[in-house]
Design a protein around this ligand. Sequence first.
Ligand code: FEO
Length: 428
Amino acid sequence: MILKKNISASTRKNLNPSAIVNSKLKIPNSLIMYTIKIKDNIHWIGANDRRTHLFENLHPIERGVSYNSYIIVDDKIAIIDTIESSFQDDYISRIKSLVGDREVDYLIINHIEPDHSGAIRRLVNEYPNIAVVGTKLAMKLLDNFYGLKPPQHVVKGDDTLSLGKCNLRFINTPWLHWPETMMTYETGTQVLFSGDAFGSFGALEGGLFDDELDINRYKDEMLRYYANIVGKYTAKVISAFEKLSSLTISTIAPTHGPVWRSQINTLLDMYKRWSSYESINGAVVVYGSMYGRTEQMADYIARRLAENSIKEIRIYDASKTHKSYIIADIWKYKCVILGCPTYNGELFPAMHELVAQIEMTQPADKITAFFSTAAWNGVVTKKLTEFAERISWEIVAPPVEWAGQPSVEDLRKLDVIAHNVAQRLING
Ligand code: FEO
């Protein structure tokens, strides 16, 4: 056979399953019993979701998302957060592959949003004596969401729980990004289970740890996650940093995305930059355009910015690019230039939605300018000016709005936008 003829003797040997069984690779009894060791007693038992199109039915996740759940197997057994409900059958099998016939003693709820609590009912059915550990509000939400009142162990910040060799300390971190959220720190291994904080979009692609995968591939998705999910609560991120500052941390294990153990300072630096609204000296130009005239204005301004030595320019069509991506770049860059036509006496709908989302997520410390075309009347620059005032963005040039064809004088007004923005970006 051709196949056999082309395969070397050593390769044929490696295709023999018994050769692999004899290697150091640990083969699980079943694919669904796949777990990943984090520390001696601590394992990842999460799931990768590449089927869902929209996270929270809002944000596109073309590269999927992981729901990270963890288990500590000690004298007592504790699970930290569960997973989304559609993965719960395999989830229970994975737990049993690690604990066998033993009971699970505790479920720690760092965050009760259903992507992390979807398997709780199943877990409580499987382990009726399991005690749920979380904040007082987490218990209330557990009842609200699932009508469940299992044995409860309410904790506050700095409370501790011994599992045997492992000791858990709870850190009160409300509003990251729900009011009941907390973090859990294992004092011996120095693993921090951080909930959604430090999480990322993007399912795990083989590697779990930051040093096992192409971590740079996740950084843009981490920012998109931060800007759209956590960013509104930036003040709470800063409070959390203060609480974490006294801890020695070996590993940060969030509920989504990679587990960090080799580049923790890189991770903390990113979060510090984002939470202090530190931005790159560049411009995000976003337009809505029905027949291309407003798009031409966006291109003109961007070209003038480039001629004024600004290289970091991102142009987005608000009708085409999902706003979660645009908001991530708005978080990243110092300047935001917005333009669209008037539509039914309001902002063009795609711009209206984007502006509403910006107000919700509140990226701060931006400079801005506006432009618009109108067929017979215009409200855009008035409404965008009011928007900028509401969120305290600094308007650095007079808004430009014209009806019909622009005059040379109109184009010069766009030049003023580009000039003023470039001056501020270059000179501060
Ligand atoms: Fe990943 Fe806020 O749930």
